[in-house]
Design a protein around this ligand. Structure first.
Ligand SMILES: Cc1cc2nc3c(=O)[nH]c(=O)nc-3n(C[C@H](O)[C@H](O)[C@H](O)COP(=O)(O)OP(=O)(O)OC[C@H]3O[C@@H](n4cnc5c(N)ncnc54)[C@H](O)[C@@H]3O)c2cc1C
Length: 434
């Protein structure tokens, strides 16, 4: 059953779907596709009309096998720019350091892509439809009452409201978190309360950076700045800063964006003659996690469940690999409801492991000790390759990875003792291996 992404919006005449998916971003489109491929009837509701703007343009290598599995790798390669690694720039240390993905514990694939999310997300959603998902765009789920076997959704397609039913509901509605906000307690990350301001520029000087396609991440006093080379010579440039910086804003968002970039001499040197070719956008207060991932007849996926600071470009990857293990668990749960809790617990453990491995670095990203270690990477006990694996999204690499990460945490703990003042997160003793 293949339907175009924007169908009539009429209720599904064949009765309750096996699964209703709220949201057609990377998480929702992927879980819907994988469930449909397993023979499940899946209805996906997306409140926007793709292609639509979305921030989050830099992908990770370990997403590439999943893109291949979904059958969209060739199109992503054609629409994106090649990303072989990440460059970190620490002006205080007078150094820049490139991390190449092909030196990770698993060197394959040794690259990823930067994409314009509007086209990337539309591709994944069209692919979901081509795989048999019933896709309703411009259709917002306004409320949902999940219950295993008989969940009720109220949807609004702009013409009117109707009630649809499904056996299971996946909330992949991103930061909106329709079910997450209603059924769980979303906890903001108090230790990492950053916000972002970003735009696309044309004419950015790439004399010192980005010719190979790496993302550049540049520390400055207020936080860090990303530079992502997009197709057609555009560069996505965004700053992630603490709340005290955003409180200083007086004038327009555009002026504040320029003032923010001027605070980094390294970045300003590259962007001062560039032309802004998109609106300036901002996102506030943005790291959080729900206090539960699933319940009776529902699961939270991707940003709906948890959002990490994007410094390692992990959001799309986490949403998509989360979708992979979620699809397997929900497919089995629909046949064996009694085993549902165990299946979802196993999925949750995988996702929590991914989040934990990445967030350890994020929480310490602005500490002098981590900056020193990133600028002078040593491979004692293979820790450099382990860090590269995390940067590549290879967070499900087993004991081989976890032992090396434990060694890295120990080295970090020793390193940070050289600094007089540290945040509580930074001085916590090293955690044991998983
Ligand atoms: C400043 C910033 C920079 C980032 N940079 C990166 C990066 O470089 N790389 C990276 O991988 N990630 C990055 N991210 C994170 C990335 O954007 C997200 O993690 C990713 O998009 C999550 O995918 P998702 O499918 O969970 O949600 P989304 O992509 O947000 O998709 C959710 C969808 O649900 C729809 N929706 C919402 N509510 C409803 C409703 N009630 N009914 C129907 N539809 C609904 C929305 O319209 C949307 O299309 C960044 C994020 C921020 C804030």
């Amino acid at each position: 059953m293949t339907q175009p992404p924007d169908d009539s919006g009429a209720p599904d005449p064949s009765g309750p779907a096996d699964v209703a998916v709220i949201g057609g971003g990377p998480g929702g489109a992927t879980v819907a596709t994988l469930l449909a491929r397993r023979g499940r009837s899946v209805v996906l509701y997306e409140k926007a009309q793709h292609p639509r703007f979305h921030v989050g343009e830099s992908l990770l290598p370990k997403t590439v096998p999943l893109l291949e599995d979904l059958g969209v790798h060739d199109q992503v390669r054609a629409m994106g720019t090649f990303k072989p690694g990440a460059e970190f720039v620490a002006p205080k240390h007078g150094r820049r350091q490139v991390f190449r993905f092909d030196q990770a514990l698993d060197p394959n694939p040794g690259h990823a892509y930067h994409v314009e999310r509007a086209s990337f997300d539309a591709l994944l959603l069209n692919n979901a439809a081509a795989n048999g998902v019933t896709v309703h765009q411009r259709t917002e789920v306004v409320s949902a009452a999940p219950r295993l076997g008989d969940s009720v959704l109220t949807v609004d397609d702009g013409i009117g409201r109707r009630t649809d039913r499904a056996r299971f509901v996946i909330d992949a509605s991103g930061r909106d978190g329709l079910l997450a906000r209603k059924l769980t307690n979303r906890q903001p990350d108090r230790m990492h309360n950053t916000a972002a301001i970003f735009a696309h520029l044309r004419g950015v000087s790439r004399d010192n950076w980005g010719l190979d396609g790496d993302i550049a991440v540049c520390w400055f006093d207020q936080g860090w700045i990303w530079m992502i080379p997009l197709p057609d010579g555009r560069v996505s440039v965004g700053a992630v800063c603490g709340p005290e910086h955003f409180k200083r804003r007086r004038g327009s968002l555009e002026d504040f964006y320029t003032e923010t970039l001027q605070r980094s001499a390294e970045v300003w040197e590259m962007v001062q003659h560039a032309e802004r070719v998109s609106p300036v956008r901002g996102t506030g207060n943005y790291s959080y996690c729900a206090d539960r991932m699933y319940g009776d007849g529902y699961l939270l996926l991707g940003d709906s469940y948890c959002f990490l600071d994007p410094v390692f470009s992990s959001g799309v990857h986490l949403a998509m690999i989360g979708a992979q293990s979620a699809a397997a668990a929900i497919d089995r749960l629909l046949d064996h409801p009694a085993r549902g809790a165990r299946l979802l617990r196993r999925h949750q453990k995988l996702v929590e492991g991914d989040l934990k491995r990445i967030s350890w670095f994020i929480r310490r990203f602005n500490t002098p000790a981590l900056q020193r270690m990133f600028m002078n990477p040593r491979n004692l006990l293979g820790v450099r390759r382990a860090v590269l694996s995390v940067l590549a999204g290879d967070t499900r690499h087993g004991l081989n990875l976890d032992l090396r990460l434990a060694a890295f945490r120990l080295f970090y703990w020793l390193e940070q003792r050289r600094d007089p003042e540290q945040s509580p997160a930074a001085i916590a003793p090293p955690e044991p291996a998983e």
